[in-house]
Every structure is written in C-alpha cells, then in structure tokens.
Design a protein around this ligand. Sequence first.
Ligand code: FMN
Length: 184
Amino acid sequence: MKVLGLDASPREGGNTEKLVRQILAGAEEEGAQTAFYKLSRMSLSPCMGCNEQCRDTGVCEIADDMEGLYGEIREAGAVVLGSPVYMGQMTPQAKAFLDRLVPFLRPDFSMRFAAPKKLFFAFTQGNPDPEAFRVYFDYTEQFLSRMFDMQKTLVIPGTRAPDDILGLEGFPENAREAGRGLAR
Ligand SMILES: Cc1cc2nc3c(=O)[nH]c(=O)nc-3n(C[C@H](O)[C@H](O)[C@H](O)COP(=O)(O)O)c2cc1C
C-alpha cells in the first residue's frame, strides 16, 4: 500500500511535520511505500469555484502543484493530513487541499475511486487539553466519512515551540503505531 503524508503547517520543521514523518515511518515498518509533501512549499491555489465543471469531468482546471497530488492520491491507499489547530480549526493549507478534492466527487456525490481510501487526520495544538476541539474534530471526521474511509483522528496537545512534540510522553510511539495501523 502507498501512504501519502501531507504536512499542512506553514512552519518549517515544526511539530506537525515531525508528527507526519513519524506516522509515515510507522507505515513503512508495515511495508508501506510512503511519500511526504509540505503543502506550504507547494503552489496550491484555493478552489476558485469556477463552474464546478470538475464534478462532471473529474478534472480541475487550475494548473498548479495539485496536479501532481491528484496522481499521488489516486495511487495511495491512505492519506495522512497533518495540521496544527489554527483558531480552533485546520490551517488554510489543509482546507485548500480538501476543497481541491471536489474533482474526485461525481455529480451524485459518490467518489471516483475504485476502492475507498483511508483518510487520517493528525492534529497538533498548543492547548494542553486534547478534548478542547473535540467537537470540531468529530464534525470533520463525520463530514469526510461520506468521501473516505475515515480513521480515528490523532490529537497531540501541548505543542508551542517547534520541538515541543519531541518532549511529550508517548511520542513518537503513538505516531508510529498510528502509521502501522494505517498500513495494515
Ligand atoms: C495562527 C495560529 C493560531 C493558533 N490557534 C490555536 C488554537 O486555536 N488552539 C490551540 O490550541 N493552538 C493554536 N495554535 C498553536 C498551534 O496549533 C501549535 O503550536 C502547533 O503545534 C503548531 O504546529 P507546528 O509546530 O507544526 O507549526 C495556533 C498557532 C498559530 C500560529
């Protein structure tokens, strides 16, 4: 299986990047092929809403780095989307990526995939309470379960400075185990 890891934090070398890389390392332990992309380093336009012709054609008209990611998603069995919590939600990079998945939706809202793909959210947040944004995480999982085989979201609380995650109890084993589970 191929596991695609996406870091939607704009900060270089931060907690979310470390988290996504450890999840991918866990997937590799189970024999998965992996690929890592940092969305903020890519040219990734928000959806322009054009005439939603992508719903009929399956093709997005915007020429940017999402073209390569569409190919990666088609090949992948699982996608890991790592994001810091920004103002109680995912980052703009993560949201832009999700909005650009509309070409995979047929007009009847079914997906243009031969088999369902796993989608796994991994959030980091400054707030030390892992339940602080539970309503948002649950809503996001529930909404996307119409399109993906949603996996249980991993939340890493209490991260502020870019290396904070390295000092947290349970890391990186929790991330590795999540990656192994995804690839199984
Ligand atoms: C613009 C901005 C908004 C943030 N909003 C929140 C928030 O609402 N709740 C929270 O717990 N942490 C918030 N944080 C903290 C980050 O989620 C946290 O430090 C995260 O681990 C950063 O990930 P990174 O190191 O990969 O950049 C915010 C940080 C920034 C820069």
